[in-house]
Structures are given as structure tokens and as C-alpha cells.
Design a protein around this ligand. Sequence first.
Ligand code: PLP
Length: 318
Amino acid sequence: GEAAIAAMKEAMVTAGRYHYQELGEHRAAIGRSLGLEREQVILGAGSSEVLCAAVHAFTTASRPLIYVEPTFELPISLANALGRNAIPTPPTASYAADVKRMRQEAASAGGGLIYLCNPNNPTSSITPKADIDWLANNLPPNTLALIDEAYIHFSTSPQLASALDHVKAGRNVVVARTFSKIYGMAGLRVGFACAKPELIQQMAPFPAGAISYVGIRAALAALADPRMVPERQARYIRIRADLCKWLDGRGFRYLEPHANFMMIDTRRNVRSVIPAMVERGVAPGRPFPPLDNMLRVTIGTETEMEKFRKVFLEVMKA
Ligand code: PLP
């Protein structure tokens, strides 16, 4: 948005210096936007950095990372690199996280970090509020839930709710958020996590330092614009619904989407579909085993989706 660009121009003038003294105010401003105190917020270079901080702080040789397969792989790669146990769990039939199963894994390990991405990447599916609530209220000893809400703004489903209320209630829940998705600031690298102060303190040593001053100023300017998220949300939901309707009309199945991408069942291995589409100028996502027949399609502009539909039909008919 324009306000963010103006804020960056202004910030660049003094970006030659450190701005550590403003860090507390930046955390407070992010916190205020969600009804939290600064002590409940940690900033990171994208949510990637705070997810990694959580893996560092809350997994150990005996406390594994527990996740749904498939999901966003960054926390799993770090856990593996640190020699921590990473335990996959299968999703439910609707591709929600199986929270009972995840809890069971944590209980039998004597504790752990449950990573749950809601909505999930790459499936675009959600774990219903009731399941998140049950998990947050039934965490075994030495166990934390890390809820990654990178895509939370892309769905208005009544089944979907932020886990921030569990943070406010002081439960062992960490919520990760980012400015990379609906805010469209991926290159600026601004993200944050919310948790009770003692958990924030345990994560604090792991990020490399303060984040970019230019980035945080842009993020705060974007937060101050109340129209931006609802406008983009409405646009994404409309373009995504049009695609779903088009797919319905042609008998293609897909996972009900809640993010800015969706999984379409091509009824054949997508390894044969992807290169044929790329050749025709449309680049879908990579394969996500074990969902070998599912094509991951990012929601773009109306014009881009029109091109997608044309190329997708050509390739499906071939
Ligand atoms: N979480 C999920 C689920 C993602 O898909 C991504 C990026 O694709 C991230 C976190 C990290 O994004 P960033 O570090 O830009 O906030």
C-alpha cells in the first residue's frame, strides 16, 4: 500500500543507524493491534525466524517436534538439522490436523512441540476451532502448541478462529504471524510470534537480532490502514470461489481452500502435469507427496486465473 511505501521512504533517511531503542515500541504497536502487551510479542525476520526460534527453544533431544504431513517444512528441517526427533502424524479425512493423535504423540514422548499450521500449507485446509480449543486445553506436561497463522486472513469460515485467545488465557500456545502473505511484504521480512511472557523470553535469544528498521516501519504503516486486509481478503475469496465454481462445473475435485492457494485433484501424477503447464506459461507448485495427484495452484489476479483455466484444460485433455 501507499502508506507503507511512504513510511519506508521516511525510514530510509535514518536507516544508517541502529534503532534498538525503538524495538520496545515496535513490539508494543504489534501487540496493541491484537490486544496484547509488548511482553507477549517477539519480532522476527519473517515468521520463519520466530518459527525457528520456537524449535530451538522448545524441542530437545527428548522433546520432539510433532507435525501433520504434509505441512510447511521449515520447522521440520530445522528440527532434523538439530538432531531432534520429528514425528509426522496423518491428517483427518478433511485434511485437518488430528489433534488427538498429536496430543497422544506428545504424551508418550513425555512432552514436545506440536506444530500446527492453520490454514495449512500446502493443503489450504483448516483445523476447526473446536479442535484447536481442545488441544490448547489438553496439552500434556512439557508440551507447547505452535500455531502458524500465516494464512489466517484468507478465510472467513466460521470454523476457523485464531488461537490468540489461548495466548491471552496464558496457555502453552505460541501463535506465529507474518506480513509476507495478505500484506504482500514477503521481501521485507517481517513476522512475529505471540505467547505469554515467559515463553517469549525463552525464544528471545534465538533470532539473530533486531529486524530491518525499514521493514518494521512499513509493517506498522500497513497495520494502521484498516481497509487493506478486508479489501484483499474479499478479493482473494471472490477469485478463489470463481475458480472453485469453474472446477465444480467441469467435475474436478479439490480440497476446500482457505488460503491463497488450493489443491486440485488431477487424477494423475502431477509430475506429468506440471512441466506441460510450465511449457504453456503457467507455473503451478511442486509435487507434495504423499498427495501425488494434487496440483497446488496459487490464486492470482483474475487475468492470471483466466490463463490458468485455459492452460489447465488443455493439459488435462491431452
Ligand atoms: N508459515 C507458512 C505456513 C508459510 O507457508 C510460510 C512461507 O511460505 C512461512 C510461515 C514463512 O514466511 P515468512 O518467513 O515470509 O513469514
